[in-house]
Design a protein around this ligand. Structure first.
Ligand code: ADP
Ligand code: MG
Length: 477
């Protein structure tokens, strides 16, 4: 996806269509209402008052007038918090959730700093979107702003069709998504090809550790802006159900059919229980996988990849097996057996709750587990909310996972990169890049998540067209 300044210059127009669908006031309250006040971590002095208009942000009056006419009357919190630093030339590392106005946050800064009297690429935006046909022609004329996936940009650098000599700003947009898609190495190479004295802006919807590491690597003394809502413990809802020992695994299935979480982690205390639960869930057509000590490394990887990329709805695990599992913000946690240890319980339920949704922990308690519940109540400092098992009504089959995983026999050692897979899938007539999810690449295997509805088409495409012209073995997990 490469384009000239015209694309970014057109940026405010996008708001016109969004204004039709949603009045600007409503967009604003949606954007602002759910956020906490921004804070900048590198500023020991009291945070300066957040600018409430684009004029105060230091944008030229003509730009302000244009924005105003197009319905951008008030900066969103992420724009207010990150634009001043970006406009002053500082590096910025910013997090705010999807739909919070990050594009204009960096777009306006890039445009304001552009020297249109000079030719040459002055700003490069790396993003996780799907590549579209490269526009070599527009680059020959020297586009001021180039936008593309790291893989595609790297290809152009190698071919010599893009020069970053006069680059002043590098933007890593959707940093979390780019890492998810396996673009890490490509990003490093592109960044290495950028002039040292450039400004770097990093924007991300989430802030996992790998994003932080990436920021520390590429940004110099960045201003850090985080707009994530804190996940208050009060936002966790725990429901407790008493069961007879013999109905435990059945009851777990009923919990899923009643509450219908899109993704849940179900804890058992032993691997025998994990096995029984898995059987019971599969009998109810729940897509579930189990993680337990008997799996070899390859099997474990495959289970983790499928759960992380949303190809599996329920992951069944013991506490030991789930250790180091880097997936939080789950819609629900099921404690199919009460943890013998109260602190472990708190740790289990801490994995549920998404940024803008309360967490849900569902607990089954057999006749011999009451004393464990008492210990948990003591640790939590409040009584448990008990519900009758009879309230569980089958609201429908548990939701199917949104994605499916294709496994490609070939990985890093075969020089297969995320961009190659994405490219092969989305080349003319292929699937839409938006339908491609996480891409994980190991030494000898690669896993790509695609929307369930296009899984078959994606599979055939890879089988018929191969990757980089070479045929590959692919199957659906
Ligand atoms: P993000 O990149 O954070 O997911 P976008 O940049 O795509 O979010 O913006 C989300 C929507 O909000 C877009 O439709 C955009 O036009 C609109 N928007 C952005 N900034 C403003 C603003 N200051 N006032 C009104 N609407 C805005
Ligand atoms: Mg965005």
């Amino acid at each position: 996806m490469l384009c000239s300044t015209r694309i970014l210059a057109r940026l405010p127009c996008e708001s016109r269509s969004s204004r039709c669908a949603l009045s600007s006031r409503r967009v604003r309250s949606r954007l602002q209402g759910r956020m906490l006040a921004p804070h900048t971590m590198h500023d020991p002095t009291p945070t300066p008052p957040v600018p409430s208009s684009f004029r105060e942000l230091g944008l030229p009056p003509t730009v302000v007038a244009n924005l105003d006419a197009l319905g951008y009357t008030v900066p969103t919190p992420i724009q207010a918090a990150s634009l001043p630093a970006a406009l002053s030339g500082r590096d910025v590392m910013a997090q705010a959730k999807t739909g919070s106005g990050k594009t204009a946050a960096f777009g306006l800064s890039l445009l304001a700093q552009l020297h249109t009297e000079f030719r040459g690429t002055q700003a490069l935006v790396l993003c996780g979107g799907a590549p579209i046909r490269p526009q070599l022609a527009s680059m020959e004329h020297g586009a001021h702003v180039v936008v593309g996936t790291p893989g595609r940009v790297l290809d152009h650098l190698r071919r010599g069709s893009l020069s970053l000599e006069s680059l002043r700003s590098l933007v890593l947009d959707e940093a979390d998504r780019m890492l998810d898609m396996g673009f890490r190495d490509d990003m490093v190479q592109v960044a290495d090809a950028c002039p040292w004295g450039r400004q770097t802006l990093l924007y991300s919807a989430t802030w996992p550790e790998d994003v932080e590491v990436l920021g520390r690597k590429f940004l110099r003394d960045p201003v850090i802006v985080k707009l994530a809502e804190q996940h208050a413990p009060a936002k966790l809802r725990q429901l407790w159900y008493r069961i007879e020992e013999g109905e435990r695994f059945e009851a777990a299935g009923k919990l899923l059919e009643h509450h219908r979480p899109s993704r849940a982690l179900a804890f058992c205390n032993t691997k025998e229980s994990c096995r029984s639960l898995l059987e019971a869930l599969r009998a109810r057509s729940v897509t579930a996988l189990a993680l337990h000590g008997d799996l070899d490394q390859k099997e474990r990887d495959q289970v983790l990849v499928q759960f992380a990329n949303r190809s599996v709805s329920v992951l069944v695990a013991t506490d030991v097996a789930a250790r180091g599992l880097d997936i939080e913000q789950l819609e629900a946690v099921l404690n199919v057996e009460v943890s013998p240890d109260a602190e472990t319980h708190v740790h289990r339920v801490g994995r549920t709750g998404r940024v803008d949704q309360e967490g849900l922990a569902l607990n089954l308690v057999g006749p011999r587990e009451n004393f464990r519940v008492e210990r948990i109540e003591a640790l939590q400092g409040h009584a448990c909310e008990w519900r009758p098992l009879t309230e569980l009504k089958r609201a429908g089959a548990p939701p199917l996972p949104p994605m499916a995983t294709l496994m490609i026999l070939g990985g890093r050692k075969e020089k297969i990169r995320a961009g190659d897979i994405l490219g092969a899938l989305t080349a003319a007539g292929g699937v839409n890049g938006k339908q491609v999810g996480k891409i994980d690449i190991n030494d000898h295997a690669a896993y790509v998540a695609v929307e369930r509805s296009v899984a078959q088409a994606a599979l055939e495409r890879l089988r018929n067209a191969g990757i980089k012209g070479k045929s590959v073995k692919v199957h659906r997990l």
